[in-house]
Write a protein that binds this ligand. Structure first.
Ligand code: IPM
Ligand code: MG
Length: 375
């Protein structure tokens, strides 16, 4: 294991910087208690970058992201930048990083932790123990497909165009990530099923998706139980009986929708991390970016009340997927669960009878729990 791991922190806007501060404590803790040292640098993205440079992300920041072992991203956007044109949206920062770093596999877990089982808007008996992983393709599909644009028509009306395109190569590489995850979960005694989601009934790209995943399954993953589902049905099934799923693999746009839906099954957007991975090189190294599912929450930014756990858990995913540090990843995860079980809550997950705390007390409590667990 290399001693120095290069991390680029991109806190972004809104609550991004304040929740990122709590991750810095975890990184300090790792530096002190573990033999790994992190080499940190920080950059601007989103509105913060727009204010400083006029661009949502500069090519210099992209270059630094390419050179890093892993990128930890906060969140971008806010009303201050809403009036800027399409090309200057703060969200361009994340889309640019996905494209430039080739981050095609977006892993979005939806896990219901027992202390938060009542936070869901669904009944506890429907969501208790839920542990699913959505693998969303994130560099292709309608987000990037050509032709695209808005054009003027001769009759004075206008026409907006986006194109859903997938090649077999794109489908196969993201399906492989999902099959591999299902295989790991099978080995770990949980799940081992993959549900591939498209609209093969109305879209050729969906039909090709289904054919490609089916062929890959037969060729390389016969032990995984594969099913196929139309995206609309998947939305319904996620609400009806979410525990029928284990790993889901789907396109960029369907994954955007279904992962928000799945996140809300847990009732706590402030708790959910994500990882976006590129292809491994011959040495097994891959570009990777980690970010919470929640947005920049401008309405509560700067007030010290945001939940830092999604950002901290994103760092746990970073340890797991970029550095193979499973033990430390699960240490952070267990520390978070224990802190919740002890009755501490930030405002977003507050329940009667719990103790309401702010961002930094929550962060400190996780650190104390890590000390205890590691003792
Ligand atoms: C997400 C977000 C992004 C997306 C936006 C901010 C571009 O909704 O990561 O899910 O649509 O991919
Ligand atoms: Mg989204």
């Amino acid at each position: 294991m290399p001693a120095n791991k290069k991390l680029l922190l991109l806190p972004g806007d809104g609550i991004g910087p304040e929740v990122m501060r709590e991750v810095r404590r975890v990184i300090d803790w790792m530096d002190r208690k573990r033999r790994v040292t992190f080499e940190l640098s920080e950059g601007l993205v989103g509105g913060a970058s727009l204010d400083a440079t006029g661009e949502p992300i500069t090519s210099e920041t992209v270059t630094r992201a390419l050179a890093a072992d892993a990128v930890l991203f906060g969140s971008v956007g806010g009303p201050k930048w809403d009036h800027l044109g399409f090309a200057l949206r703060p969200e361009i920062a994340i889309l640019t990083l996905r494209r430039e770093l080739g981050l095609f596999a977006n892993l979005r877990p939806a896990i219901v932790l027992e202390p938060l089982v009542n936070a869901s808007s669904l009944k506890p008996e429907i969501v208790r123990g839920l542990d699913i992983m959505i693998v969303r393709e994130s560099t292709g599909g309608i987000y990037f497909g050509e032709p695209r644009g808005i054009e003027d028509l001769p009759d004075g009306t206008r026409r907006g165009v986006n194109t859903e395109v997938y090649t077999t190569t794109e489908i196969e590489r993201v399906a492989r990530v999902a099959f591999d995850l299902a295989r790991q979960r099978l080995a770990a005694g949980k799940g081992g099923k993959l549900c591939s989601v498209e609209k093969a009934n109305v879209m050729e790209s969906g039909l090709l998706w289904r054919q490609t995943v089916t062929a890959l399954h037969a060729r390389d993953y016969p032990e995984i139980e594969l099913s196929h589902m139309y995206a609309d049905n998947c939305g319904m099934q996620l609400v009806r009986n979410p525990r029928q799923f284990d790993v889901i693999v789907t396109s960029n746009l369907f994954g955007d929708l279904l992962s928000d839906l799945a996140a809300m099954l847990t009732g706590s957007l402030g708790m959910l991390p994500s990882a976006t991975l590129g292809a491994p090189d011959s040495a097994g190294r891959r570009h990777a970016l980690y970010e919470p599912i929640h947005g920049s929450a401008p309405d509560i930014a700067g007030r010290g009340i945001a939940n830092p756990m999604a950002q901290m858990l994103s760092f746990a995913m970073l340890l797991r997927y970029s550095f193979d540090m499973e033990e430390d990843a699960s240490l952070i995860e267990r520390a978070c669960t224990n802190v919740l079980a002890s009755g501490l809550r930030t405002a977003d997950i507050m329940v009667p009878g719990a103790a309401k705390v702010g961002t930094s007390v929550m962060g400190e409590s996780v650190m104390r729990e890590m000390d205890k667990l590691a003792a």
